[in-house]
Design a protein around this ligand. Structure first.
Ligand SMILES: NC(=O)c1ccc[n+]([C@@H]2O[C@H](COP(=O)([O-])OP(=O)(O)OC[C@H]3O[C@@H](n4cnc5c(N)ncnc54)[C@H](O)[C@@H]3O)[C@@H](O)[C@H]2O)c1
Ligand SMILES: [Zn+2]
Length: 684
């Protein structure tokens, strides 16, 4: 018996290559949208006979990055035999579970709802895609007429139907009755194309997409979104970004009323142009269209109905009012459409918020989901532009949108999602995070699910540290000198623009110049107080403002020091700056508690490993003072402790993490010593 897994079947190879090419161009399909398939033969390892198989992109994955492992593999004879037991459209959802009985071997990825369309259509290669140009035709009021005008008998119109077994049967019938056709436009949804060879299917897909797009370009009316609206043009970039940053925390708070969300912001031209024209309020209300979109974007966005010139205060006041009516509307939509067996309402807050002159804020359970929600709304804008240019935009009815959004199969997928990590949805800003304790803390917070902003003096180092942690969906690096109020504000602005807001702040930036009273210059004193005492005050002030606007509570953690209470030798400026920070913890814990903001501190001692402070002379100096080799300093410090353990950056990071979890939800104003036990620094 030959090992069937030893080589990739050439049919699969071709399918993956075609999928990757199609998925790489956003004009062809939205992120993780659409699916492709191929039919072919393989030797059945049980019988040694040829067996006909269907390889189809499984549930969830993205075409652009599809690999053979992302394909579901079904036996074609068994899959097609389902036609005989199909109980009718009312019970079509049951067919998804039946696909499991058609799998070949272990079956690969989980079969998606679109499997029926791929299996039942009598063509060796099938592509189902969500191109903006195709959906523009699919959502035009006279889409059926347009399809025949644009494509003649080459492309057939299929009236809207929720994806499933019946849609597969419909398309199979159309293909059979129209042997000349290259594919179809699925009303309210997207396109499906086919071919006898992989090349032919791909060429037909691209032909439909490009023909639709060329027709729109040639025949669209001049201003599909209506005339320009006075006062709604994009603000100049700097002003736009500043206003976006000023509004971001409030908007995130609105989007997070039911459950905390991570945010994404874009001021792409396509969004600003949409918002600058007269029809955007009407179109915004009509909502998104493609079935892939509703779960990510909700049926419609919240649109601020004020011109670009509105002040931040006016905008915030109006956004708060609109949030109340958005939630009432959404409850109404749920109540109008829900049936007794519908899943429970999932939250009433908007996932897309549009601000004329400024841009779009989108939200999700993590940064990637938030970003994709924004991408989907950009798809929707493109669709609306195309549809309005040729005809008028007429997405599927509200009741059908509801049937998609609250589909039992989608609900089951949500229920199967792994439990979120402890810091999921939380946005952390860690100062001095390009090195030592700060870097270890940033890594820990990211590993526990937080989005992290690494702020440090050197942009290069901050960005390198962020890249070490992950993609821009997880960590970004920004430049800051924490002793400069404007720079701190800029870093906080960058944080809220990167992830929507801020929840967890670690005041870690610092430096140590250990000198005796007589040797400490005024400059030494000022520098250490500027970076640690004043710097953490400035960071706490700017971030607390954002946290109060968000109304989601928060955590501020100070990396103080054993030296904040212990009178170490030759340490007047550093020790006094640390004592200042430690008292800020108590003062701010008392002041910010009413906003649900906890303020705590960690008192490390003797963290040599990875520490820039120790590497830059301080370590050599201490080693000389104590008469040990510099590389043995960590071990030397360990011997001075009660536990005789060396303190590592990770030990500090763990303490920060614990302070910010639910486990210490009722603790504020505390300092945790992480020093392996130093009796002289016991808190009392
Ligand atoms: N290492 C220890 O034993 C120890 C003990 C107690 C407290 N601490 C405190 O822990 C914190 C981190 O120390 P570390 O040992 O990791 O040192 P480190 O030198 O490795 O890291 C400090 C980081 O802060 C940054 N920084 C300095 N000035 C800044 C400024 N003005 N704006 C922004 N960033 C600035 C530096 O560029 C550096 O990346 C400090 O506050 C330090 O006082 C350290
Ligand atoms: Zn689809």
């Amino acid at each position: 018996m030959s090992d069937p897994k030893a080589t990739v079947n050439p049919t699969v190879e071709q399918l993956v290559e075609r999928s990757n090419r199609l998925g790489a161009d956003p004009r062809n399909t939205n992120y993780a949208g659409g699916n492709t398939s191929a039919k072919g033969t393989e030797t059945d390892p049980v019988t040694g006979e040829d067996v006909e198989l269907l390889w189809v992109k499984g549930s969830g994955g993205d075409l652009g990055t599809l690999t053979p492992g992302g394909l579901a593999v079904l036996r074609l004879d068994r899959m097609r035999a389902l036609v005989d037991v199909y109980p009718g459209v009312d019970r079509e959802d049951e067919m998804v579970a039946a696909f499991d009985y058609c799998l070949h071997g272990k079956g690969g990825a989980a079969p998606s709802i679109d499997t029926a369309m791929h299996g039942l259509v009598d063509a060796a290669h099938v592509d189902h895609l969500h191109p903006d140009s195709g959906i523009a035709i699919a959502t035009s009021a006279d889409g059926e007429q347009l399809t025949s005008t644009i494509f003649g008998d080459q492309v057939v119109w299929v009236p809207w139907r929720r994806p499933g077994f019946q849609l597969g049967l419909d398309i199979a019938e159309i293909k059979e009755k129209n042997p000349q056709a290259r594919g179809c436009i699925l009303g309210g949804h997207g396109i499906t194309a086919w071919g006898d060879t992989s090349e032919e299917a791909e060429a037909n897909s691209l032909w439909i997409i490009e023909t639709a797009s060329a027709h729109i370009a040639e025949h669209s009316k001049a201003e599909p979104f209506g005339p320009a609206l006075d006062g709604y043009a994009a603000l100049p970039e700097e002003e736009r970004r500043a206003k976006a940053a000023a509004l971001a925390p409030t908007i995130r708070g609105i989007a997070s009323a039911d459950r905390p969300m991570v945010g994404h912001f874009t001021d792409a031209d396509v969004v600003l142009e949409f918002l600058a024209h007269a029809e955007h309020p009407r179109l915004g209300e009509l909502g998104t269209s493609c079935p892939d979109h509703f779960l990510r974007t909700k049926v419609k966005p919240l649109v601020l109905d004020l011109p670009a010139s509105a002040s931040v205060e006016e905008s915030i006041a109006r956004l708060q009012e609109l949030a109340v009516s958005y939630r009432e509307d959404y409850q109404g939509y749920y109540d109008r459409n829900a049936t007794p067996d519908s899943p429970a309402i999932r939250g009433k807050d908007p996932l897309v918020v549009l601000v004329p002159g400024v841009g779009m804020f989108s939200f999700g359970k993590d940064k990637q989901t938030a970003r994709v929600a924004g991408e989907f709304y950009v798809n929707a804008i493109n669709v609306m532009r195309g549809a309005e240019g040729l005809s008028s935009y007429a997405p599927i009815d509200e009741s059908e949108k509801f049937r998609i959004e609250y589909w039992a199969l989608e609900e089951a997928k949500l229920q199967r999602m792994p439990k979120p990590k402890p810091l999921a949805t939380r946005v952390a800003l860690v100062t001095g995070a390009a090195s030592g304790i700060g870097l270890a803390t940033a890594k820990k917070l990211a590993a526990e699910g937080a989005c992290v902003v690494i702020a440090d003096l050197s942009l290069d180092k901050a960005q390198a540290a962020a890249a070490e942690i992950g993609s821009a969906d997880v960590a970004v690096g920004v430049q800051v000198d924490v002793s400069d109020a404007a720079a701190v504000q800029a870093a906080v602005d960058a944080t809220v623009l990167a992830f929507g807001g801020v929840d967890l702040v670690v005041n870690n930036a610092g430096l140590s110049l250990s000198r005796s009273l007589l040797e400490t210059s005024e400059k030494d004193w000022d520098l250490q107080h500027d970076v640690m005492a004043k710097g953490s005050f400035l960071v706490a002030q700017a971030t607390a403002k954002a946290m109060i606007e968000q109304g989601m509570g928060g955590d501020i953690v100070y990396i103080s020091s054993k030296n904040s209470i212990f009178a170490g030798p030759n340490n007047v400026a550093y020790g006094a700056a640390k004592a200042d920070q430690a008292h800020q913890v108590r003062l701010l814990a008392a002041e910010l508690g009413e906003h649900g903001i906890k303020v705590n501190g960690v008192n490390p001692d003797g963290v040599v490993q990875g520490s820039g402070i120790f590497a830059s002379g301080w370590g050599a100096n201490r080693a000389a003072v104590y008469g040990v080799e510099e590389q043995d300093l960590g071990k030397f410090y360990a011997q001075r402790t009660i536990l005789k353990r060396e303190v590592l950056p990770d030990n500090i990071a763990n303490a920060v993490f614990v302070l910010c979890t639910d486990q210490l939800s009722h603790t504020t104003g505390l300092h945790i010593p992480v020093d392996a036990g130093v009796a002289a620094a016991f808190l009392r």
